[in-house]
Design a protein around this ligand. Structure first.
Ligand SMILES: C[S@@+](CC[C@H](N)C(=O)[O-])C[C@H]1O[C@@H](n2cnc3c(N)ncnc32)[C@H](O)[C@@H]1O
Length: 295
């Protein structure tokens, strides 16, 4: 199984943020800072693609605390997959209303309110329960796209639990293909497709980016979803643009506000420009369209 992402969480007073951002920012693939309602401390949320050395994290946090003149804060470092599996199972999560969708577990089957589209997602080893800001922002973006037109050929790169592929398949009454580098996620996505009555309409395969033969054979796609991280999104600009149908749309997420210019720059070079943006907890979901589009 592919290695999960790692998440470092800690809380510090606002004036201390620059010292922590400076010392943690270089190693992390993404680093967000968030104000917390009713609390003086801000939350620092850093994501790593590889498990960082705990001794190096401890040293960086101690140095940042010294530079900021505050006591060394408590911190936690855990894999996102472990967190999903352990805590989300235990909490018996309540359903989430996200845009046009109602994301719920098996225990809340049958609770989808009239006018919303139910997505049954089991807490598991795959990323994508709807609790993360990037998934939520993507679901809202997909819902908003659906107000304007229908998309028939959908590709979800980095599908995790399959939540975005399933959302698009249900909203547009179509089929969708997901892919993930993580075999476990692909198994979970298939199981979720079955639980949602989407067998035969939503499938997933193990693939790195858009490299798999089956993905290439399915081109062009008129909706491509990719909630990964800024670095892989930047690398995927060319293959995504080549796989996109004229007038199609791309939804990108997994990037922080501070990484938007870098990502948009890479996509501008391949003829895609920003059409809409959604921000949640410091994370963005970007909707891109071909520069010379007809639709
Ligand atoms: C942030 S999760 C998103 C999951 C789900 N799509 C969602 O929106 O909640 C990113 C997923 O992308 C996968 N991934 C990362 N790099 C990838 C790549 N180069 N090709 C395919 N999948 C990738 C990870 O394994 C992970 O499941």
């Amino acid at each position: 199984m592919q290695k999960p992402l790692w998440q470092l969480l800690l809380e510090v007073p606002r004036p201390a943020l620059p010292a922590f951002e400076g010392l943690l920012g270089d190693e992390a693939s993404a680093l967000a800072t968030m104000e917390q309602p009713g609390k003086a401390e801000w939350l620092i949320d850093a994501i790593y693609e590889e498990e960082p050395a705990r001794a190096a994290i401890a040293a960086a946090i101690t140095a940042a605390a010294e530079a900021a003149g505050i006591p060394v804060p408590v911190w936690s470092l855990e894999s996102l997959a472990q967190r999903d599996w352990v805590s989300e199972n235990q909490r018996n999560l309540a359903p989430l209303a996200l845009g046009r969708f109602w994301v719920h577990g098996e225990h809340d089957r049958g609770t989808t309110p009239v006018g919303r589209i139910g997505l049954e997602i089991e807490a598991s080893i795959a990323f994508g329960t709807g609790r993360h800001a990037t998934t939520a922002a993507c679901l809202e973006a997909i819902g908003a796209l659906g107000l304007k037109r229908r998309y028939r050929r959908v590709l979800d790169v980095g599908c995790g639990s399959g939540v975005l592929a399933m959302a698009a398949a249900k909203l547009f009454a179509t089929s969708a293909l997901g892919c993930d580098i993580d075999e476990g996620s692909v198994r979970v996505a298939r199981a979720n497709a079955r639980a949602n009555g989407l067998l035969g309409r939503v499938d997933a395969l193990v693939a790195d980016g858009l490299s798999a033969r089956r993905i290439k054979a399915g081109r062009p796609y008129d909706l491509i979803l990719a909630n990964i991280l800024a670095r892989p999104l930047t690398k995927l600009a060319m293959p995504i643009s080549r796989a996109l149908a004229p007038g199609g749309r791309v939804v990108l997420s997994g990037l922080l506000a501070s990484q938007e210019r870098q990502v948009l720059g890479a996509y501008a070079l391949v003829g895609l420009k920003l059409e809409a943006r959604r921000a949640r907890d410091g994370w963005l979901a970007l909707v891109l369209a071909p520069r010379n589009r007809r639709a």
